[in-house]
Design a protein around this ligand. Structure first.
Ligand code: BF8
Ligand code: SF4
Length: 647
């Protein structure tokens, strides 16, 4: 099993050039890893090169045991054993990818609903903190709330969510019809892609893609759009709404980002994964048990987040971010982490092996997310306090095992603001116009001070230099007066370089945008401009961007597809990023991928996704690896949308 003396996969030097990341803290840790002979994702990537060309193009199939089959893009064979051609194989694989992503978010949201229901019934270690959100969600769902106790309304909201999972009718998901703009719902109904029950849709899509069922690539692509909606409403929207009810609506908060947030003299606990049910409890118990950390000689407890768990507790608790996806092993390589706690999604199986080279303990917390060499503390809503306390105490006890000779914490940390929920953005804008908060923003868009808006979302991907595409693309957009909102690992990327500070407005924003950010920031009492990139949260929180777009479109009386906006996942890796992107396209948004998805083996699928789909829903994908060109394509798109709106 894990053994840090086994360095057989260690690749001397070749992947350790400074071009792996633009983040100096990361480069420093990669050099430390090299010195200490620790294998990282970059070494394993090197071992995989060259990657399989068939897989890259999406033209291999293992959907039955007669395979694997692959088609030859340059000659024969043109079909798999059953007769499936490249278009069909690519379309089936794509649908399975999107369903993989959607099921992650739907399962996440289901766990949150379960926790909400238990909390509402008084059977869980959680108090319901988002009273304001109970009212807005209840209003959308048509649940009466005036004069009723919060917990009773919250329980009914949970039941409505659960009812979507039990929906055996042909009626669409209630959560979707209650929260998506009516114009979109009508469009999706017309196309026959309204999902009914998220679980059922996942089942049907898996069935549809098995050997000998759907032979129509176009029908499979329509199902892909539907799977994007399953993610958007059964995953993102439901998950975020429920989490805001449980944990409260985020408010602007000042924090910091990068590996330098780890402390040389405190017990460091890194929270990694996605579920705020886990991470919120770790925050709570880290505060409660700080005295025990001081009693063992530490200066206290330092929490830091990786990936979307980090984003969740930044948004609501101001906990600093240690880094994004490609920094997870490096946090351990600082030698200063007593414990890393993970739940579901995006934690690499390698972390226990890296941890075995240091004193770091790894803790898993869900039945489906276990690691052979980790300690396992399965959370349930009614044991969360006990589990979180035990985990924090394990970290405190482990402080004595830290080896000072192995500790090297990079001296890089940057101020970063988080907490920009739609509610807090509208709150800031209402300082300018209490009656019509969106009016000042729209007026500035019309006047051209704000040229448009871009949502930048998604991951890091080891195939490309960490943070590079994100940072360069966003600099170019901001200089052209595009307001940027960010989630996921790209939000963490931008947090590390000052894009989420008031000074960032001065450093990066064009004059028009800078003036608007300054006016809003001052009116809202921040005493400084708003940051030019607003951190809107985790990947599940992408529904916040959808809500904002819906509100803007509603205010203007147009479709989201008409807005001068675009979306981008410059460094996507996870299936979830593909499903989120598909939802964005279905919403009517031009959506950029900075990594080539495995579809190019099918000219048909490529053409539909990058061209024809626009005629159906108003949005489409484009793939571009160069950050400046990507930004320019979005700027051209925004200019065209402005022109069509007559502004
Ligand atoms: O859900 S951005 S690497 S952490 S998948 Fe994963 Fe991608 Fe990061 Fe968040 Ni989202
Ligand atoms: Fe080959 Fe068809 Fe089976 Fe896929 S489903 S492995 S293409 S025979």
């Amino acid at each position: 099993m894990s053994n840090h003396h086994d360095h057989s996969h260690y690749t001397e030097g070749i992947m350790f050039a400074d071009d792996r990341s633009v983040d100096p803290a990361v480069v420093e840790m990669l050099h430390k890893a090299k010195k200490e002979h620790i294998e990282t994702i970059h070494d394993r990537y090197a071992q995989q090169l060259p990657q399989c060309g068939f897989g890259d193009l999406g033209i291999c199939c293992r959907n039955c045991l007669q395979g694997p089959c692959r088609v030859n893009p340059f000659g024969e064979p043109k079909e798999g054993i059953c007769g499936a051609d490249a278009d069909l194989i690519v379309a089936r694989n794509l649908l399975r990818t999107i369903v993989g992503g959607a099921s992650s978010h739907v399962d996440h949201s289901y766990m949150a609903i379960h926790c909400l229901k238990e909390a509402a019934l008084g059977k869980a270690d959680y108090e319901i903190k988002g009273a304001a959100k109970i009212k807005t969600v209840a209003a959308k769902l048509g649940i009466p709330y005036e004069g009723r106790p919060d917990n009773e309304v919250a329980a009914e909201i949970a039941d409505v969510a659960f009812a979507d999972f039990g929906n055996t009718t042909s009626e669409p998901m209630r959560w979707l019809t209650a929260t998506a703009p009516q114009e979109r719902v009508d469009k999706w109904a017309e196309l026959g892609i309204l999902p009914t029950n998220p679980d059922r849709e996942v089942r049907v899509a898996m069935h549809q893609t098995t050997m000998g069922v759907d032979g129509s690539p176009v029908n499979l692509l329509l199902s892909s759009l539907k799977a994007g909606l399953v993610d958007g409403y059964g995953g993102l929207q439901m998950g975020t709404d429920v989490q805001d009810i449980l944990f409260g609506i985020p408010e602007p908060v000042k924090s910091e980002a990068n590996l330098g947030v780890l402390s040389s003299d405190k017990v460091n606990i890194v929270v990694h994964g996605h579920m705020p049910e886990i991470s919120e409890k770790i925050v709570e118990w880290s505060k409660k048990l700080e005295g025990e950390a001081i009693a063992v000689g530490a200066a206290g407890i330092q929490l830091a987040g990786i990936c979307c768990s980090g984003n969740e507790i930044l948004m609501r608790q101001g906990v600093p971010l240690a880094g994004n996806y490609l920094s997870q092993e490096l946090a351990i390589i600082t030698g200063a982490v007593e414990l890393m706690v993970v739940d579901v999604q995006c934690f690499m199986p390698s972390i226990t092996k890296v941890a075995s080279c240091y004193h770091t303990k790894v803790v898993t917390t869900t039945p489906i997310g276990q690691l052979p060499d980790a300690e396992h503390f399965p959370f349930t809503p009614d044991t969360a306090d006990e589990k979180a306390a035990a985990i924090v105490r394990m970290a405190i006890a482990n402080y004595a095992n830290r080896d000072p000779r192995k500790v090297q914490i990079p001296a890089y940390r940057c101020e970063a603001w988080g907490g920009f929920s739609v509610e807090s953005i509208v709150g800031a804008l209402s300082a300018l116009d209490a009656e019509q908060p969106l009016k000042p923003l729209v007026d500035n868009i019309v006047a051209g001070n704000v040229f448009g808006a871009v949502g930048v979302v998604g991951c890091n991907n080891v195939k490309i230099r960490q943070d590079y595409q994100t940072v360069e693309m966003i600099k170019h957009l901001l200089a052209n007066n595009v307001l940027v909102v960010a989630t996921g690992c790209t939000a963490i990327a931008l947090a590390k370089y000052g894009f989420m500070t008031p000074e960032g407005a001065e450093m990066y924003a064009g004059d028009g945008l800078k003036a608007v950010l300054t006016a809003v920031g001052e009116a809202a009492g921040l005493g400084a401009p708003l940051p030019p990139v607003l951190h809107m949260g985790s990947c599940v929180d992408n529904s916040r961007i959808g809500d904002l777009l819906g509100a803007l479109a509603g205010y203007l009386g147009v479709s989201i597809a008409d807005l001068p906006v675009a979306a981008s996942a410059p460094e996507l890796q996870h299936e979830k990023a593909v499903s989120i992107g598909t939802w964005a396209v279905a919403l009517g948004v031009l959506t950029h991928c900075g990594v080539v998805p495995p579809i190019l083996g099918s000219p048909l699928v490529t053409k539909v996704l990058t061209d024809d789909v626009e005629g159906l829903v108003g949005g489409k994908f484009f793939v571009e690896l160069d950050p400046i060109k990507s930004a320019d394509i979005m700027l051209e798109h925004i200019a065209a949308k402005r022109k069509a709106l007559g502004i």
